[in-house]
Write a protein that binds this ligand. Structure first.
Ligand SMILES: [Zn+2]
Length: 375
């Protein structure tokens, strides 16, 4: 009996050892000795300057002073925000032993951050060979499989209306979106539409569909209108915080017209999601969204005879609240009689859908090839 008990204790001990080994998920990275002189103590905790870590381990480091957020990337990506102990490591939220500190123009992170998380993006070999941990491999994680297409307006909300032929934006958006859907499906992409008929869908529901569908991208299709009948051309938007006076003025202008157009209602960030994490997720998507908008814009530029008004940033409701990379396409100004006439031509819409698809596919290709632009 006593022997049995001892045997039981040994088994538990071995199991505990095994569990301890499994718990050490991060490739353990030791602080490089050249950094020891940079250590500072804040709140009884040892910190190192982030910029020195990035130099030492050859990590790409970007700091957005407007939202006090750092994105560091190599084989993976970590997002940190000044004043917060929550970080996003390859999209997963993790907790630091102390908050990120921003002081005298420099960002400091706890030394334990190096040990626990940095190895996950510099692909360091685990020091403890006893428990062989497979190297971090992001392959397969960076795939665009599902796209949400959002035909703007619908039902009682007609959107912009053409002055000459009374073409309603809601029909044009749906028509073009359906064609875009067919092309993307031919390329093996699963497409989810926020509406497939002439129905009114509130903006919140469109956002909810995008966020809960497990999709990888969100594309909203619109057509523009202006008081100036001469105004024409194509625009592609992504969400960004305004960073200078000029951008801020543009944003205010675009938001005002959008709110009048779409009747946007401000909502709080989703319940249960930490405010900082929510902001960080938006930051993470921003770079992808900018790239997506740029790819679509350049495809249109190369393939369609229309004035390219360029890639722009604004805080549109559907871009602001989607948690996946998103872009909003303004295909043209239907308030301009020449553009309205073009949009009455089915062949022109076919061509437009093809070209938008081309832009999306070249984004997809680049994203997958560079594993989320980290290479
Ligand atoms: Zn619209």
């Amino acid at each position: 009996m006593r022997l049995y008990l001892r045997y039981k204790v040994i088994v538990i001990f071995i199991l505990a050892l095994f569990a301890a080994g499994c718990a050490a998920k991060a490739p353990y990275l030791r602080l490089d000795s050249s950094l020891e002189g940079d250590i500072r103590v804040y709140n009884d905790l040892q910190y190192v300057p982030l910029v020195r870590l990035c130099d030492t381990y050859k990590i790409d480091c970007k700091w957005d002073s407007y939202i006090r957020t750092a994105i560091i990337s190599k084989s993976g990506r970590i997002i940190l925000r000044a004043g917060s102990d929550r970080i996003l490591v390859n999209g997963n939220d993790r907790k630091l032993s102390g908050a990120v500190i921003f002081t005298n123009g420099a960002v400091f992170v706890p030394v334990s951050f190096v040990r626990n998380y940095l190895g996950l993006i510099v692909g360091a070999e685990p020091i403890e060979k006893v428990h062989k941990i497979p190297a971090y491999r992001p392959s397969g994680r960076y795939m665009i499989k599902t796209i949400v297409i959002d035909p703007g307006h619908g039902g009682r909300d007609a959107g912009a209306v053409g002055k000459k032929l009374r073409l309603k934006e809601k029909y044009l958006n749906l028509n073009l979106s359906k064609k875009l859907k067919n092309i993307l499906e031919e390329h093996g992409i699963k497409v989810i539409m926020t509406r497939e008929s002439d129905v009114f869908i509130p903006l919140q529901d469109r956002v909810r569909m995008a966020n809960s569908s497990g999709a990888d991208l969100f594309i909203s299709i619109h057509a523009n209108a202006s008081r100036s009948r001469a105004m024409n051309g194509f625009e592609c938007y992504y969400l960004s915080e305004a960073t200078d006076d000029n951008a801020r003025a543009t944003e205010a202008f675009e938001n005002a017209s959008f709110e009048a157009d779409e009747g946007a209602i401000a909502v709080e960030h989703p319940k249960g999601l930490d405010k900082t994490l929510w902001d960080m997720r938006l930051t993470e998507n921003r770079r992808e969204s900018a790239e997506l908008a740029t790819q679509i814009c350049s495809a249109v530029e190369k393939n369609i005879v229309t004035r390219n008004r360029g890639t722009k940033t604004a805080r549109f409701y559907v871009l602001k609240w989607t948690t996946i990379p998103s872009a909003l396409v303004e295909t043209g100004y239907i308030s301009n009689k020449f553009e309205e006439l073009k949009f009455k031509d089915e062949a022109y819409i076919d061509r437009f859908a093809e070209v938008i698809a081309k832009g999306i596919l070249s984004y997809k290709d680049k994203y997958e090839r560079t594993e989320g632009f980290t290479q």
